[in-house]
Write a protein that binds this ligand. Sequence first.
Ligand SMILES: [Zn+2]
Length: 204
Amino acid sequence: MAKLYFHYATMNAGKSTMLLQASYNYRERGMTTMLFVAGHYRKGDEAGYISSRIGLESDAEMFADGDDLFARIAEHHERTTVHCIFVDEAQFLQEAQVWQLARVADRLNIPVMCYGLRTDFQGRLFSGSETLLAIADELREVRTICRCGRKATMVVRLGPDGKVARQGAQVAIGKDVYVSLCRRHWEEEMGRVAAEDLVGFAGE
Ligand SMILES: [Zn+2]
């Protein structure tokens, strides 16, 4: 039986590169894949695409709140057999959409590979990630490292002024920069650790 996968990570871990490489592997064998990306950052008439930092790029269909992904995939699958579904920015899926993707695996027998962030810059689960963590068949962590060399599991957002944002909307539209950190450095950057608690950590 096909499975629903969730590959999760922080920012800049190479998720889109992995997605595009995996899709390419299918297409190289003459198989058909369907790629989806969140439409949340894109303007009305802009076409969907997935790009990676190392230069790979592919067209992709956009998903928005309220879209029935099962219906869209089933309709496409009727015309052309689809062998694998790939979803980038899967943290933006709605709970119902994650269930629709589970149905694609369970009823259409097409594997679904979702890639996304686990938590936002305030350390809270995205709704799509929350449901994926709850019901995906396979969870795979895409690893990246903090500046200290430890595994990065958290992300901070730098505003236009270069400073760490401690509050704000979960999704910032703009040119904000994200930095992946280990949990310890994330708490320090977010100002959640009192000065006296830092005793013993000096000189690292
Ligand atoms: Zn660190």
